[in-house]
Design a protein around this ligand. Structure first.
Ligand code: NAP
Length: 404
């Protein structure tokens, strides 16, 4: 393991408790979503520690009005121009500057007065904001895993140059980040990502063709937005997380393993060369990794999410069934192919998940469409941003033809 990002994780852990900030200025992208709302709840529990400079969402005007009335941002971004126009005509439109248009979301992530950007957007739509945050030396508290899946190579040296830090919010990557403080880069044998297994862990493969939207949206442990919930049902979420880990911790895909752990208590692990395994555990609540990232490098005292091992019962671990869940191998193959392959995988997944949610395709077709798109994709090595954007749009078009 040679990563510069691993060094960041080490410095994060070693300086824990040394520094404290009085007030952190923050932008929350995707504030109306599941992670965005949990982030605002954490802020609410710590009055006076954060100044919210901007909120951003797509079209949920009612929720963003409610949020803005509480945190008084200077800017509100709405991805949907109709929603932005609506807000202009509301009292909130006189109190805040209302923005729309893709460039504005990147501009918010680059605001000079902002120290931290929380990226809780969903999908590849989060890439430009993540790049802008890192280019401008911010702390990027990253939930939007698709940023790294699609454009991981673009982030490689920027953070080093600008002093930016990527602080993972995904519970698995937050766990690995914390476990990495137990050893050196050269002592890591592998990263072990845990997976809940989703709602269909025990369902026979022959039943997969009958899976409904409602059943797929009913995750056993986590309450999340619809796209990531479907990704968790196909296990593509774990595949995307594998690629995210490759970039976040500068580690080859073959050094990342996946293990099914339905209780979601062990959030992930690091195995060292002496065969010691360091795990991070807590109750499954996204507010814990969000708090860790928001207050980094401080670790806050808290009773929330405490485990009572005498009450916990069994913790089980099993190999993922890759026959039943081909998404894991598809993502692994895309990671090995490199270049624009992960961007193609992600684009096809976004199109297929959307089509499934709209009732246009069945559950098993999601991974069929991703596989066909990936097979037809001509990989561009060492891609530029333009190459990635072209791969994304070509793969979306191709996946759409398979949907049709
Ligand atoms: N939820 C979890 O527990 C969890 C855990 C780990 C990682 N993650 C990752 O975190 C990210 C967010 O997940 P989520 O579950 O919070 O998603 P979500 O509930 O669907 O929320 C998505 C947010 O992004 C906004 N948005 C979507 N497209 C946009 C666009 N083009 N421009 C501006 N805003 C846009 C939505 O606004 P509207 O509400 O107006 O549509 C909403 O605020 C995903 O990458 C996911 O994989 C989530």
């Amino acid at each position: 393991m040679t990563g510069k990002k691993k060094q960041k994780a080490e410095s994060a852990a070693s300086s824990a408790g040394e520094s404290s900030f009085t007030k952190r200025s923050i932008v929350i992208l995707g504030s109306t979503g599941s992670i965005g709302r949990s982030t605002l709840e954490v802020l609410d529990e710590h009055p006076g520690r954060f100044e919210v400079v901007a909120l951003a969402a797509y079209s949920d005007v009612n929720r963003i009005i409610e949020q803005a009335a509480k945190v008084h941002p200077k800017y509100i971004y709405m991805g949907d121009p109709v929603a932005a126009e609506f807000l202009q005509g509301e009292p909130i439109g006189r109190e805040c500057e209302i923005l729309t248009g893709k460039e504005s979301i990147a501009a918010l992530a680059a605001l000079p007065e902002v120290e931290m950007v929380v990226n809780a957007l969903v999908g590849a739509a989060g890439l430009m904001a993540s790049l802008a945050a890192v280019e401008n030396g911010k702390y990027l508290a990253l939930a939007n895993k698709e940023s790294l899946v699609v454009g991981g190579s673009l982030f490689e040296d920027i953070a080093q140059r600008t002093g930016a830090k990527i602080l993972p919010i995904d519970s698995e990557h937050s766990a690995i980040w914390q476990c990495l403080s137990a050893g050196r880069d050269s002592e890591v044998r592998r990263l072990i990502l845990t997976a809940s297994g989703g709602p269909f862990r025990q369902l026979d493969k022959s039943e997969f063709k009958n899976v409904t939207r409602e059943a797929a949206l009913n995750h056993p442990t986590w309450k999340m937005g619809p796209k990531v919930t479907i990704d968790s049902a196909t296990l593509m979420n774990k595949g995307l997380e594998l690629i995210e880990a490759v970039w976040l911790f500068s580690i080859p895909p073959e050094m990342v393993s996946i293990v099914v752990h339905p209780q979601s208590i062990v959030h992930s692990m690091v195995e060292y060369i002496d065969s010691s395994v360091v795990a991070q555990m807590s109750a499954p609540d996204m507010k814990l990794p969000i708090t860790y990232a928001l207050f980094w490098p401080e670790r806050l005292p808290s009773e929330f999410g405490r485990l009572d091992f005498s009450e916990l019962g069994e913790l089980t671990f099993a190999k993922p069934d890759i026959e039943k869940f081909p998404a894991i191998n598809l993502a692994y193959n895309a990671a090995v192919m490199g270049g624009t392959a992960p961007a193609a995988l992600n684009a096809a997944n976004e199109v297929a998940v959307d089509a499934f949610l709209l009732g246009r395709i069945g559950f098993t077709q999601i991974t069929d469409i991703i596989e066909k798109t990936l097979m037809n994709h001509q990989v561009v090595d060492k891609p530029s941003l333009l190459d990635i954007m072209e791969a994304d749009s070509r793969s979306r078009e191709l996946a759409e033809t398979f949907v049709n």
